[in-house]
Design a protein. Sequence first.
Length: 234
Amino acid sequence: MTTLKVALMQPYFVPYIGYFHLIKAVDLFIVYDNIKYTKKGWINRNRILRDGTAAMFTLPMKADSDSLDIRQRALAADFTGEKLLRQLTGTYRRAPYFDDAMALMHRLLDYEDRNLFGFLHHSIVETCRHLGLNTEIRTSSELVVDCSLAGQDRVLALCQAVGATTYVNAIGGTELYSAADFRAQGIDLKFVKSRPCEYHQFGDVFVPWLSIVDVIMFNPKATIAAMLDGFDLT
């Protein structure tokens, strides 16, 4: 019997390693593009290391209606990425794998599409390629489902549309889904739990769960490949 493990997630810009654990855990990763953009989420912002602590950075957005979907939003017209590249250089220039990480960041930030989803989708695909992840990635709007569905009902519809046998979610979503409801549709429900992932940064105190950029700055690719296996599927 053919099995198909599927995950669904909002697009985020250079998210923490747990996002890539989820991608590694499945055969098909579906990125939502036809859901509402949320201001206070992680869609266009993340955290990097600065002076030994976690510091937030944000991709500036074009002012627009809060009712629009992610694929209908755009980055600010004057956004160039230069500010963030300067911040990364100032923070990480002494990191052992600075050149490798910055080459990736230039590929992401120099991308010309100012549509928010187009920009983020490109960044996810390019980062996966850099990390050696070959999971298939699709967008939610490619799949014909009832867009009025929400929450678990929408997830089930998308899983059925691709013939999923297992739905995998991040461990933080355990209260959102019913294993019995998934079983009723012939789908197993699993959760990815990331193990603690510690490595040497500049200071004595490790700052966890920063952007994947931080991981790439401080670790060779062989070590990162092992880190990408650092999760449990429960």
